[in-house]
Design a protein around this ligand. Sequence first.
Ligand SMILES: NC(=O)c1ccc[n+]([C@@H]2O[C@H](COP(=O)([O-])OP(=O)(O)OC[C@H]3O[C@@H](n4cnc5c(N)ncnc54)[C@H](OP(=O)(O)O)[C@@H]3O)[C@@H](O)[C@H]2O)c1
Length: 252
Amino acid sequence: MSNNSSNNIEGKVVVITGASSGLGEATARHLSEQGVTVVLGARRVDRIQSLADELTSQGGKALAVATDVTDRDQVRALVDTAVQAYGRIDVMINNAGIMPRALLERLTVEDWDRTIDINIKGVLYGIAAALPYMKEQKSGHFINVSSVAGHKISPEGVVYAATKHAVRVLSEGLRQEVKPYNIRTTVISPGAVATELLDSITEPDIREGMSAWYAKTAIPADSFARAVAFAMSQPEDVDINEILFRPTGQVL
Ligand SMILES: NC(=O)c1ccc[n+]([C@@H]2O[C@H](COP(=O)([O-])OP(=O)(O)OC[C@H]3O[C@@H](n4cnc5c(N)ncnc54)[C@H](OP(=O)(O)O)[C@@H]3O)[C@@H](O)[C@H]2O)c1
């Protein structure tokens, strides 16, 4: 056990990819308020550094590490930094992701490549970086971010949905494989949450349409942060495997 507190959260060391905005940033703030040590990874290092500075100035423990999740060495360095600084890794949140959208017939092949590299290979690199430490510790917790699109497929969102289905497959396979090491595995599938995700849509007409729908529908990012805290806060022998949530007003 990494901590003795009653909430089972305080004192844990949590690595978060994609911590520079949206769900990752909100989670870093929420967990830090509860005494969690956060190690923040993203490409926009200015953003994660100022977040780490802010959390530290409020009495928290936080580090920022420039990380592109498509680069295995950088993801390994992110996790290694956490372990070197704080002695362990309790939770790996594989959150970084993008959501380009377009009908397949538009052949946005560069978007497909980036989506696969970030949303699937990025998660795998996170697993590769953290698993050896968690095995050694005989404890740990992976929290992988899927989506409603990991459960439902719709036109324009096919490649994204394929990657988010893959995250669920990887998480369930991981869950089964890591039983000998006392490691927990949670996959969280959010519906529409107000973040910067729509900036990753490269087709202007589609971005506009999605933005209008998000403006009506999306809920704040702390909804996700609370789901993370819920999964983390369970007693060590309770493994919350899947959380699927949507805005109350979201139909599909
Ligand atoms: N918002 C929603 O409605 C929603 C719904 C379901 C699932 N999700 C999932 O939630 C996760 C977080 O997205 P968000 O909604 O919070 O969007 P966001 O505000 O755009 O955040 C995405 C994060 O991923 C990071 N990222 C992107 N490419 C990266 C790379 N190559 N290496 C490292 N970090 C990278 C970004 O940081 P840098 O650009 O600084 O690297 C940013 O911190 C994603 O996996 C997304 O698919 C979101």
